[in-house]
Design a protein around this ligand. Structure first.
Ligand code: NOJ
Length: 756
């Protein structure tokens, strides 16, 4: 006999009677959803409510930490609201079946870290930000959402929008870099890509903006460490990308692991209730980070699970990821009067609302269709998008004498490709921590990576070059044996491409470092390749700004490839051969040495700015210039661009008016190319000290050889305002500077005034 699932009963009743049931109609308006949520909430027991707030990692066969019990049993008992990090498609169907078979038939929501692609692996998020191409980033997330949703995921823990000025912090790879404006634009693109225009469609994912807040400012760049910052800085630098994501309709938000100004972020009422839900009026659902409710006890800010539950729930957090703290403590917290039933109901409402918005009540299996899965995963056009974005993310830092691109009619015929990252298929190279796998998660197959060696060999040989690939220092420090191999390979070549950098597993959560130099003796390999000024290209595969002062001084061509994903080799070949003209710009400052960290373009001026190194009684170092190795926004092209002087439509700006800032950019070189035109401002006469430059606009434009285009940016008082020391957002009357250029250092300048 077929057992009718409770969730189907109202549908059958509806068909039979023709009367519409508010709980199971197809409409997704907010009002309608709210009515359905309330109708369900009144039927729920306390245990069922607490179950909805419980998110469990794992696999049916592995059980959970909740009660050392089988996960399926937990689901059947109505104790689980969500599953995370689960990849087995059939198991997801079995789990969903178990959930809809419960008394109230509330479906599960499946969450997953879709960080840089799902099955088709794109460049790491920091690389994507280097493209400054919001359309391409949105498309990448659309593809990731297509794949993940077809594989049964409903919810991604992305975008991470944590601004960071610290390359020691491993998770710098997961954000959009050091600038709050760029990070805000990227946040919106990502949310749009994941969520599309309708969350209830079966090809969209709920997005989760994270980590709220301050996580990127961990002291000493050590992951999970303390964060202490003024509220002024918090509002000016850290919060805007969260606000941008919230305004773009991001469905969920994740707490941060860190303590912010003494308070663990998961129990920070000021952040979660006053700012997020109060000032911003955001209506979504807040999930903890992995056991971050439980970690409030380790921070010493809660005494036990009941105390932690009370503090986190009352602060405004809703769902408990992985730790089981609510399972252990929330009922006790209610019984002892530390939380109210109304507070629990409110959190449950937010979870149910999310499930209704995703259409899970209308059809709990709408993301679990095997046919759609088979037709959607890893389409060839997805790889093409990954290749384009990877190439458009690669930043050309140096190209002395126009060494690149390599042309068949040029002086170099014999090309040696050497280095530990020339042709590697281990250590998740060219990818990241996020492709490493958590527990049962094994989404990623390294055989799918196109290595630099593979792609360069075929494309260069096709163009008439002779190519050798020498894989050295494989998974270990480079030693004498590798040095001899490098010597031999390069002796026979006209030009060497040295592929160096970080392994994929050096990159991501919990991967903080104290040294940004190349490890494993890789610099010696470069010294061998470039001996006697031999033409050498350094292709750097990295997840963070690194330091390579020797290479900057001695290697003629340097390309930052980041961790480019599956299409690493093809994208590199596109750049090396000139099929793609580099157009990416650094979304983070590259320091000269780790001792300069934190170093970022939008710093305040000291009272004693240094003009040159060694100038005493000024703010500098005895042993280093203060300037970075490469500034924020920097990146070369195979062509050159010139900027006209800035034209303003007015020099006095009154309230309500718009300032138009125009420049004409010309392609003065031999290749068509793209340029990221960047606009910065400076307020030199404010109530408090203001950054020497602040990015307020950018536009990526395409220019044919010798073509010119005029770019016009529009600024209003809102763009010129800031949070002052009394936490008032205001724009000051008086003088302003405006700058436009191709990076944060080399700019044209003009002045205007705000008058009242
Ligand atoms: C911990 C990470 O901080 C967070 O970003 C991630 O989403 C969760 N783990 C789940 O994997």
């Amino acid at each position: 006999m077929i057992k009718l699932q409770p969730y189907l009963l109202p549908v059958i009743a509806l068909v039979a009677t023709g009367i519409s049931s508010p709980l199971f109609s197809q409409k997704t308006s907010v009002k309608d959803i709210d009515a359905r949520v309330e109708a369900l909430l009144v039927k729920m027991t306390l245990d069922e409510k607490i179950g909805q707030l419980h998110q469990v990692p794992g696999d049916i066969s592995t059980g959970t930490d909740v009660a050392k019990d089988d996960l399926l049993t937990q689901i059947k008992a109505g104790k689980v609201g969500s599953i995370l990090s689960h990849t087995n498609f059939d198991n997801k169907i079995a789990m969903q079946r178990a959930a809809v078979g419960t008394r109230l038939g509330i479906p599960l929501i499946f969450g997953f870290d879709v960080i840089h692609g799902y099955k088709t692996i794109f460049p790491i998020p920091l690389a994507q930000a280097a493209s400054w191409d919001m359309g391409a980033i949105e498309r990448a997330e659309r593809i990731a959402a297509e794949e993940a949703s077809a594989d049964g995921q409903n919810w991604t823990f992305s975008p991470m929008v944590d601004v960071s000025r610290d390359p020691r912090w491993g998770r710098v790879m997961e954000g959009a870099g050091e600038d709050t404006y760029l990070a805000s634009r990227v946040a919106v693109a990502r949310v749009r890509g994941f969520q599309g225009d309708d969350l209830s469609k079966n090809n969209t994912l709920a997005a989760c903006v994270k980590h709220f807040a301050g996580y990127g400012f961990a002291e000493a760049g050590r992951d999970y460490n303390t964060v202490d910052m003024s509220e002024q800085r918090l509002r000016e630098i850290v919060l805007p990308p969260f606000k941008a994501a919230a305004d773009a309709g991001c469905a969920t938000l994740m707490n941060a692991f860190n303590v912010l100004n003494g308070v663990p972020a998961s129990m920070d009422k000021h952040l979660l209730t006053d700012i997020l839900r109060g000032e911003w009026g955001w209506k979504g659902m807040v999930v903890s980070d992995w056991n971050s409710f439980g970690e409030t006890i380790i921070h010493g800010a809660a005494t036990d699970e009941a105390d932690a539950s009370a503090k986190c729930l009352s602060a405004g957090s809703d769902m408990d990821m992985a730790g089981g703290t609510f399972q252990k403590g929330l009922k006790k917290a209610l019984e002892s009067g530390r939380v109210t039933q109304a507070q629990i109901d409110e959190a449950v409402r937010r979870v149910l609302r999310l499930k209704f918005s995703l259409g899970l009540f209308d059809d709990p299996f709408r993301y679990l269709d095997p046919k759609r899965r088979a037709a959607t995963l890893e389409k060839p056009e997805y790889r093409l998008a990954a290749r384009e974005l990877a190439a458009n993310s690669m930043v050309l830092l140096k190209n002395e004498g126009g060494l690149l691109p390599l042309r068949p009619d040029g002086p170099f015929k014999k090309i040696a490709i050497i280095g530990p990252l020339a042709d590697s298929r281990s250590n998740k190279n060219y990818m990241s921590f996020w492709t490493l796998g958590l527990g049962d998660v094994s989404q990623y197959d390294t055989t799918k990576v196109v290595t630099p060696g593979m792609a360069l060999k075929s494309s260069l040989e096709e163009a008439g070059f002779e190519v050798t690939i020498t894989e050295i220092c494989f998974n270990a420090d480079c030693t004498e044996k590798d040095f001899s191999a490098a010597l031999k390979a390069t002796a026979a070549a006209d030009l060497t491409i040295v592929c160096v950098g970080e392994t994929g597993i050096d990159c991501g959560e919990s991967r903080s470092v104290t040294d940004l130099n190349l490890k494993y003796n890789q610099e010696i390999i470069m010294k061998i390749a470039a001996r006697g000024n031999m033409p050498t290209v350094m292709a750097l595969f990295n997840s963070r700004p690194m330091t390579f002062q020797w290479a900057s001084e001695n290697i003629p061509a340097i390309l930052v490839c980041w961790q480019p994903g599956f299409e690493a080799g093809n994208a590199l070949a596109d750049i090396i051969t000139g099929a793609v003209n580099p157009s990416a710009k650094l979304p983070v400052t590259f320091p000269r040495s780790v001792g300069q960290v934190p170093i970022y373009y939008n710093a305040l001026s000291t009272g004693r700015p240094q003009q040159q190194q060694g100038q005493m009684w000024t703010s500098g170092y005895l042993d280093s210039p203060t300037s970075p190795a490469y500034p924020f926004g920097f990146g070369l092209s195979y062509t050159t661009f010139s900027y006209s002087d800035i034209k303003l439509n007015k020099t006095k700006l009154r309230t309500g008016e718009t300032l138009e800032v125009s420049v004409t950019v010309s392609n003065t070189g031999q290749h068509a190319g793209e340029e990221v035109v960047q606009l910065y401002i400076h307020d030199p006469a404010a109530d408090i000290a203001r950054p020497v430059k602040e990015l307020k606009g950018f536009e990526k434009i395409k220019l044919d050889t010798y073509e010119s285009k005029t770019v016009t940016f529009r600024l209003t008082e809102q763009d010129l305002g800031y949070w002052n020391h009394e936490l008032k957002f205001k724009a000051d009357p008086g003088k302003f500077k405006v700058f436009v250029g191709g990076n944060s250092r080399d700019v044209k300048e003009a002045g205007f005034e705000i008058v009242r």
